[in-house]
Design a protein around this ligand. Structure first.
Ligand SMILES: NC(=O)c1ccc[n+]([C@@H]2O[C@H](COP(=O)([O-])OP(=O)(O)OC[C@H]3O[C@@H](n4cnc5c(N)ncnc54)[C@H](OP(=O)(O)O)[C@@H]3O)[C@@H](O)[C@H]2O)c1
Length: 293
């Protein structure tokens, strides 16, 4: 949990590029510490803390957005050419601000397929999918940007409003089984809390430029789905074998089943001392169930 008496309570200003699921959660949490947090959106909305940024349409934020900014977190995926949307459009502007910290949300897809083995930050990335190659390229762009950058590699993100429970309710779920296949995952609250923990304890902890944020217990997708059905008091449909199901899967859905890895959180949780709020999917889904409609 965040430390409410930390140095971050003094007015720091965060710009969160990409106020989607994780970005919005992070911004709300950091505001609880008394910081300012502005989030970008590709479309106009009524949120006074939101500003427009759309790299595809070259819609750029006004200069005033950058006044007094101390921290930046980017939650925007690579563009179709593997360029980072924020650096592509705003690098000069960002370089002219005096930043204490910059964070970038990446994916554990950059590790590629480890055939079910554990993978850590010490392992060389070996992207299998094109989208993961694009992601690795963006990581490199951030690393070479000369900004005080920290990169967070994330597995499947879930949380209230976006979890197996919604997938069951909207019938978008397929109960697929593939022998020995596991997935790693992370609750959105742990992404935000881990990042804030690292910022708050920056001066006390060894600096690591790349950090995985994943829960303790990678497991099969069917295990999570079964638990979701149990929470909802519904009967789980019969499972379908992957070999049979794959012809009906979208290319992107199929591609997730071609990679099998267990993402290690030892650096974050053992070495750096972050305590997960939701160390496994049961705890995480219980939380999603609290306000589930
Ligand atoms: N979802 C997962 O399971 C998962 C797993 C690992 C890593 N990741 C990565 O982690 C990051 C955060 O994930 P998330 O699921 O929280 O993201 P998300 O909800 O999909 O939000 C993505 C944000 O990026 C913005 N965006 C996309 N393209 C843009 C562009 N060309 N110009 C400006 N803004 C743009 C979107 O704007 P709008 O708000 O206007 O739509 C949105 O705010 C993403 O990079 C994602 O790829 C996701």
């Amino acid at each position: 949990m965040i430390n409410l008496s930390s140095p971050l309570t003094i007015k720091n200003k965060f710009i969160v590029f990409g106020g989607g699921f994780s970005g919005d959660y992070f911004a709300k949490l950091i505001r609880k510490l008394g910081c300012t947090a502005l989030t970008s959106s590709r479309t106009i909305n009524n949120d006074p803390n939101s500003f427009i940024f759309n790299s595809d349409k070259n819609l750029l934020p006004e200069d005033s957005i950058f006044n007094g900014v101390t921290h930046i977190l980017s939650c925007i995926p690579p563009d179709k050419n593997g360029k980072d949307p924020v650096l592509k459009s705003l690098k000069n502007k960002i370089n002219n601000t005096s930043l204490k910290w910059v964070g970038y949300l990446s994916t554990t897809g950059v590790y590629g397929n480890t055939y079910g083995d554990w993978v850590s930050e010490e392992d060389e990335p070996n992207p299998l999918q094109e989208r993961s190659q694009r992601r690795l390229n963006c990581e490199k762009e951030w690393i070479h940007s000369n900004l005080p950058i920290q990169i967070f590699r994330l597995p499947g993100i879930y949380g209230p409003g976006r979890s197996t429970l919604e997938a069951i309710k909207t019938k978008k779920i397929k109960v697929i089984h593939k022998d020995n296949q596991v997935f790693s995952r992370i609750h959105v609250a742990d992404i935000a809390n881990a990042i804030i923990y690292l910022i708050q304890n920056k001066d006390k902890l060894d600096f690591h430029q790349i950090i995985n944020i994943a829960d303790d217990e990678p497991c099969s997708q069917i295990e999570v789905i079964r638990y979701g059905y149990k929470l909802l008091g519904l009967k789980m449909p019969k499972k379908i074998l992957f070999e049979k199901a794959k012809k009906d899967l979208s290319p992107i859905a199929k591609s997730f089943w071609l990679e099998n890895r267990r993402v290690s959180n030892q650096l974050l949780c053992k070495k750096l001392g972050y305590k997960l709020i939701y160390k496994n999917y049961q705890l995480g889904l219980n939380n999603c169930f609290i306000n589930f409609k």
